[in-house]
Design a protein around this ligand. Sequence first.
Ligand SMILES: NC(=O)c1ccc[n+]([C@@H]2O[C@H](COP(=O)([O-])OP(=O)(O)OC[C@H]3O[C@@H](n4cnc5c(N)ncnc54)[C@H](O)[C@@H]3O)[C@@H](O)[C@H]2O)c1
Length: 248
Amino acid sequence: MKTAIVTGGGSGIGRAIAHRLAADGHRTAILDLDTEAADRVTQEIRSAGHEAMAVGGTDVSDRKLVNAAIDTVREQFGPVSVLVNNAGMTGFDNFLRIEDDLWERILAVNLNSVFYCCQAIVPDMIEAGWGRIVNISSSSAHSGQQYMTHYVAAKSGVIGLTKSLALELGRSGITVNTIPPGFVDTPMLRNSESQGLLGGSVDHHAERTPVRRAGKPEDIAAACAFLVSEEAGYVTGQVIGVNGGRNT
Ligand SMILES: NC(=O)c1ccc[n+]([C@@H]2O[C@H](COP(=O)([O-])OP(=O)(O)OC[C@H]3O[C@@H](n4cnc5c(N)ncnc54)[C@H](O)[C@@H]3O)[C@@H](O)[C@H]2O)c1
């Protein structure tokens, strides 16, 4: 049985990924800033008969907290061989009004976190001669997105980091891939909708999506489950879009 860490596993896409990896037989640890949400999802997974633990209060933009959380996971579940960097925060701001603090926070949560988590866990994977890293980026990094320069810069950075790290770690039996989701029905998307930031309702955009629906968190989890599997060992450094055909 392998140990997997899912950051931001307390909600939306991360929750679905944590459920899926646990159901597929991974001991699954959820690292999330939101302690209550991380505990709730852990209980859901345990109730379904699978192994899970939560390290709540983990702000993935803080290297010390990341390292401490990963040590806690190792103590209970052993070395980590699957890492899904999913935690993220969005933002919607006129470029000229973005202040340094906000820019740095969005970069830290979406990009620095990937750097910190990978640096903490890759030694376990090198030691094992096997590892799987999946970084959740964003389809907005394919297309650009107005009023999201900070977020799109961070998510584009995640794609570049993924490609480069894949080249560095290939010889160690470790794959590194990124899934840029597009338009997935989660609390993050509904929050943007309720603030009128989507330029129309979720239903309105679903009708204009080639597959005629919004994405489900489980759609991303399914792609992730493949990328962390044994049989995906020849897939690395790839950008696997899961977006209903909105970006090709
Ligand atoms: N929903 C979409 O359509 C969509 C599209 C593109 C990219 N994404 C990306 O997918 C990922 C998941 O998004 P979602 O829609 O499920 O969002 P969500 O808001 O439903 O869930 C995000 C989770 O991350 C956690 N989190 C936020 N900041 C954190 C921090 N600093 N440290 C630790 N945990 C933190 C939250 O507590 C929450 O549990 C994000 O990286 C997001 O940018 C989502």
